[in-house]
Design a protein around this ligand. Sequence first.
Ligand code: FAD
Length: 290
Amino acid sequence: MKVSQILANGRQSLSFEIFPPKKESAFESIKEATEKVASLNPDYMSVTYGAGGGRSRFTVDVAVNLMEKYGTTMVAHLTCVSSTKEQIDEQISRMKETGIENILALRGDIPADAPAREDWSFQHASELVRYIRSQGDFCVGGACYPEGHPESEHIMLDIANMKKKQDAGLDYFVTQMFFDNNVLYNYLFKMRESGITIPVIPGIMPFTKKSQLKSIRDLSGSFLPQRFIQMVDRFGDDPKSMKQAGIAYATDQIIDLYANAIDHVHVYTMNDYEVAGAILRNLSHIIGRD
Ligand code: FAD
């Protein structure tokens, strides 16, 4: 099934993101973890892809396993930064052969050892979106950034670049994580004012370990509201309490989104079955899963 069909079916959805193994030796343990997450029966799942090639080999393998074993609708991420057109063609062919209908098309973060930019086959995600569109009947998603992409000088310039992805044929956006829903609501207003009409799916990261703080700051530079900082100050050094508080915080964000008529939410599960399962149970009546 295509994600666009799920987004159009008139009911709330909850989807989960997982990551593939970096090395062959971790394949079995990651496979098991992702199967547990899939057994929760989310509306669909997406599998990330390493920009530098690290996790790239296994993205499709993980997606196909879950499609076959659980009948899960799967999205395979694909990044184009420093990839040749041949490498992208190879990934797209594998997706076609294995029946993957959904691709999240990304540029990817630029690795330190990336070749000179003029040698890249694709400069921006919008070019990849257009290319995928020309290669088959895929549903194509893309990333967007409620606090602006870190390389962008101004949020409105960033939104203008996001619009280029819509113009290239994107079906929907998934947002970078954020911890204050007002940031998302402001962003949605600016996007709609800028002519973006396709669905924008908020991406929620359950903050369950104090160690996540650094990567969150490095990755997204997210604004951390006082309520969030107090939660980490109070529970950060007690892993069980932090996990419980983080699940409650993420649940609260999702309920607020649904309450404000945002019907589709994507959760960065980090392959954690307990976290994904707890959030799903917290929302069971709301998303009609009881
Ligand atoms: P783009 O849309 O190309 O944007 C990147 C920057 O270029 C922005 O600053 C934008 O404003 C600017 N830009 C875009 N188009 C133009 C243009 N035509 N002219 C000038 N400037 C332009 N990374 C991974 O490696 N693997 C993953 O699986 C992965 N999954 C992700 C999933 C989500 C939901 C999100 C939000 C991010 C994900 N990322 C992933 C991270 C992402 O690859 C990085 O944030 C990357 O730096 C930008 O990718 P993009 O597709 O948004 O790029």
